[in-house]
Design a protein around this ligand. Structure first.
Ligand SMILES: [Zn+2]
Length: 107
């Protein structure tokens, strides 16, 4: 290998330069070694997965809030039958299902 100090060519077994006796250091490992660097496909995937998980958690929280609202409305309205209440809840579930489908499309 080349001596970093004087540039002389040395056999790879030499620990020091045969010309100037400077220590011969092995070349540094390539930058791709070790953990993935920022902006790699793995990082992108992790970020997308985290975002999707957050979006789904938010959608789920919205659903439970809306269902509670519908249940409370249904309890106040004397004309509400159990069948009507179930239909309202089913509509909410449908709209959340569409939200989730939209999120999956964005991935
Ligand atoms: Zn040297």
């Amino acid at each position: 290998m080349h001596c970093p100090s004087c540039g002389s060519e040395n056999p790879p077994t030499n620990a020091t330069c045969s010309a100037c006796h400077a220590p011969l250091v092995p070349p540094p490992p390539p930058p791709s070694a070790g953990r993935a660097t920022a902006g790699s496909p793995v990082d992108d995937l992790l970020r997308d997965t985290e975002k999707a998980a957050k979006d789904l958690a938010a959608a789920s929280a919205r659903l439970s809030k809306r269902l509670a609202e519908r249940a409370s409305e249904a309890a106040k309205d004397p004309s509400t039958t159990a069948k009507k209440a179930v239909h309202k809840v089913a509509k909410e579930l449908e709209s959340v299902g569409q939200d989730i489908e939209r999120l999956l499309k964005d991935l």
